[in-house]
Design a protein around this ligand. Structure first.
Ligand code: GLA
Length: 528
């Protein structure tokens, strides 16, 4: 009876997930998670006492009450051997109280428990031979997910750390743990890294159907610029270059992850560390500190506790700033906020102080009277439209701009049912997600109306004049202007009966006119 019930719950969970394939909507990470991770400072040298000290420091420093809740225990926490039943265990000399007790300690302190694991056979430290064993989750996904849930884990960092596998293998394999976590019934933030010692697949697709957070680059280091485009190790400027173009992927429950922060770890000037925090905040990135919280200097505390930037990062719309302009030196990013304000970052990538300017119109506001609140100095100024500041080399000035009216139109869904080869056919529903005047982001949801799973779909649509697709995910497009055809990718061709999948795209041009003739067809041979 118990088994039957468990199987029922498991199947129910899987069906629920399949129905909404294309969007992992597990209820968590509605805003970017905030917290601390052990790796940047301590690497493999971690133990129970250290993690508890860090938890105490988060509470005593006031960071917890500003939102830093997740304490993530990275690589090297586990016993190098599973038990006789194949279960993972904490390393008994490092974590003598066991992982459940550690989770209880964190929860009792108003914190949340994060842990590290891999989908392959060896964790990254095991792969590099700096820690014994081969305790990855490969073949143990369901068992490990249940174990994590039983320990009270709230956040799983799941790191590919292997040169093997295509991007489609990664999608399928990461999805196994996504489904195993969902089947436990415990809400667990699912944070993946497809890039470590692998082709950098993080920026190649929108991973929001698979995970809540996905790393966009190789590992960060505490340097401004390492000269890497996406290789080991990445500096702040290098990570920003990769992550800014992925802005359209961010939404509540799904965020680009430019890696744990290096603030307070040396290696950068105070201006650079402030810029690092400001850019992570406006990019709607997880704010996961990586420094030793027991020994923070006042400059570090000031940066990590900036309430204006935390509020911009945690805004309920969950949007990542999109790029307004970039001439190589002067980069302007703008993030629309839930109350109608817009946060704007004036980022100086050059070697000397320069004036960076934009306008209220360019960041999506209409009108002629605005208030600018400087996120670092709290200075308030007024403007009729110009937004400008003298910014030091590698610095970022952030203003919260209020006043005027938003020029973004209200999104209007336009369902277009169409006949097709499969009984019941499929329907394509277009939705404008975000429009910033010179560009926009949209989604198309494909619904299988038929009584059985369909295998393969094609959507046609005709874009309005002046619109041109710049990036499309979860689909393969032919054409970027006018009449465009989008077919499924290898991983979202199959849609269960009454299920859906969603592809998305960003385009240049004004998004206020929806495409016409949005139709969905399935292969004619199907269902016959
Ligand atoms: C990879 C990840 C890092 C860290 C280490 C642990 O390099 O990208 O963030 O988790 O593994 O070994």
């Amino acid at each position: 009876m118990r088994t039957l019930l468990a199987a029922g719950i498991l199947i129910g969970g899987l069906i629920a997930l399949e129905d909404q394939a294309g969007a992992l909507d597990n209820g968590v990470a509605r805003t970017p998670p905030m917290g601390w991770n052990s790796w940047n400072t301590f690497g493999c040298s971690i133990n129970e006492a250290l993690i508890k000290q860090m938890a105490d420091a988060i509470v005593n420093s006031g960071l917890r009450d500003l939102g830093y809740k997740y304490v993530v225990v990275d690589d090297c926490w586990f016993d190098p051997a599973r038990d006789s039943a194949g279960n993972l265990r904490g390393n008994p000399s490092r974590f003598p109280g066991g992982m459940k007790a550690l989770g209880d300690y964190l929860h009792a302190n108003g914190l949340k428990f994060g842990i590290y694991q891999v989908p392959v056979d060896k964790t990254c430290a095991q792969y590099f031979g700096s820690y014994p064993g081969a305790t990855g989750s490969q073949g143990h996904e369901v068992q490990d997910a249940k174990q994590f849930a039983a320990w009270g884990v709230d956040y799983l960092k799941y790191d590919w750390c292997s040169p093997n596998g295509t991007i489609d293998d990664q999608v399928r394999t990461f999805a196994k743990m996504r489904d195993a976590l969902a089947a436990t019934g415990r809400p667990i933030v699912y944070s993946i890294n497809p890039n470590s010692i692998h082709a950098k697949t993080g920026p190649q697709r929108n991973w929001g159907d698979v995970a809540n957070l996905w790393r966009t680059t190789e590992d960060i280091t505490n340097k401004w610029n390492t000269g890497q485009t996406n290789g080991y190790p990445m500096g702040i400027q290098n990570i920003v270059d990769v992550t800014v173009p992925l802005a359209s992927y961010a939404r509540p429950g799904a965020f680009n992850d430019p890696d744990m922060m290096e603030i307070g770890r040396g290696g950068m000037t105070d201006t650079e560390m402030r810029s690092h925090f400001a850019l992570w905040a406006i990019m709607a990135s997880p704010l996961i500190a990586g420094n030793d919280l027991r020994a923070m200097d006042p400059a570090t505390t000031t940066i990590l506790k900036n309430p204006n930037l935390i509020a911009i990062n945690q805004d309920p719309l969950g949007l990542q700033a999109h790029q307004v302009s970039n001439d190589g030196t002067r980069r302007v990013l703008a993030k629309k906020l839930g109350n109608g304000d817009v946060a704007v970052a004036l980022f100086n990538q050059g070697g000397s102080t320069t004036t960076i300017s934009t306008t209220a119109t360019a960041i999506g506001l209409a009108g002629d009277s605005f208030t600018l609140h400087d996120a670092w100095t709290n200075t308030v100024s007024t403007s009729t439209g110009t937004i400008s500041a003298a910014v030091p080399s590698h610095g970022t000035v952030v203003y919260r701009v209020s006043g005027g009216t938003s020029s973004t139109p209200t999104p209007t869904p336009t369902p277009t049912p169409t006949p097709s080869g499969q009984p019941g056919g499929c329907t394509a529903t277009y939705r404008l997600v975000n429009d910033w005047g010179t560009g926009f982001q949209s989604e198309v949801t494909v619904t299988n109306n038929g009584p059985s799973a369909l295998n393969g779909w094609t959507v046609n649509m005709t874009l309005a004049g002046g619109q041109a697709i710049t990036s499309l995910w979860n689909g393969v497009n032919t054409g970027t202007t006018g009449m465009v055809t989008v077919k499924n990718t290898s991983y979202n061709g199959t849609i269960a009966a009454n299920g859906t999948t969603t592809f998305g795209f960003t385009a240049n041009g004004n998004g206020s006119t929806a495409p016409t003739g949005v139709t969905c067809t399935t292969p004619t041979s199907q269902g016959r």
